[in-house]
Design a protein around this ligand. Structure first.
Ligand SMILES: [Zn+2]
Length: 272
């Protein structure tokens, strides 16, 4: 009887172990399926670099100038970025894992979740978004930035190649900042200084000479800081008034109790 029970338990444990192996094997298989895939049409890593350069050296500055890009004319408009929607569905967690917000799946490396996005969610795109920002890397100086980060020496400069990039840059600038629009001419000149003028073999041309800003910081930061200061001042004013009232009430009570005592004393004297 006991031995029959034991053999049942052993059989159950074996079944459980087999199930676990099957489930694990399946999920491993699934991850491999998600992570494999042919060459993508648009390079995600270069796209991220191009996007980052725009987020640092262009968008905050045109926000400050209150210029609005037209998505119909300007390839740089975020709505035209064909990988942005998928990028927004990736979450890097504190433990270093990546989660897909569409299907909740977890990944150990960004590379795997990138491949998963390409294989499983290629339809997640902003409507009409067809621009691969990596294709604009020539104009946006991705290679020069990457070289500077990795401290690599630049290759020998070809003036003809530099001129070709400059023309592409100027054409992009004119499409995004049409001179016939309000502020268009001013923004066009700004973009040329910031991105186009450095496409030359002449020394001394600085990349992004107009500087950088973190998007979302700036104006909003100062408004919040101002609000904080006002709230703090109101709090201390309230505290001061409250304490003054308390002190007054305290004096009032003291006065009235003394007054009452004196009245009592007078009454006693009257009675006597
Ligand atoms: Zn997913």
């Amino acid at each position: 009887m006991v031995s029959a029970n034991q053999s049942n338990v052993v059989r159950a444990l074996r079944l459980l172990a087999l199930a676990a192996v099957l489930v694990l094997g399946e999920s491993q298989q699934e991850i491999r399926e998600d992570a494999k895939g042919g060459a993508e049409l648009c390079d995600r890593e270069r796209t991220r670099l191009a996007r980052e350069l725009l987020n640092q050296y262009l968008f905050p500055l045109i926000d400050t100038a209150r210029f609005r890009l037209d998505p119909q004319r300007c390839r740089l408009h975020p709505e035209n970025d064909m990988l942005l929607r998928q990028e927004e569905e990736k979450v890097e967690q504190e433990n270093g894992l990546w989660q897909c917000r569409i299907c909740r799946k977890m990944f150990r490396e960004e590379e795997y979740i990138d491949k998963h996005m390409g294989n499983r969610h290629p339809q997640v795109v902003y409507p009409g978004a067809t621009v691969c920002l990596a294709d604009l890397c020539d104009i946006l100086h991705c290679d020069a930035v990457e070289r500077a980060v990795q401290k690599r020496a630049p290759p020998s400069c070809q003036e003809q190649d530099a001129q070709r990039r400059k023309h592409l840059c100027q054409a992009l600038s004119e499409a995004c900042f049409p001179p016939d629009q309000p502020l268009g001419q001013k923004m066009n000149e700004f973009f040329q200084r910031q991105f186009c003028d450095a496409h030359t073999c002449h020394e001394g041309r600085k990349l992004f000479p107009e500087g950088q800003q973190k998007r979302g910081r700036g104006a909003r930061y100062f408004v919040l800081a101002g609000l904080g200061a006002i709230l703090l001042a109101l709090f201390y004013a309230g505290l001061f008034l409250y304490q003054r009232d308390l002190a007054k009430q305290g004096k009032g009570r003291l006065f009235s109790s003394r007054h009452a005592a004196r009245l009592l004393h007078l009454r006693k004297h009257k009675k006597q």
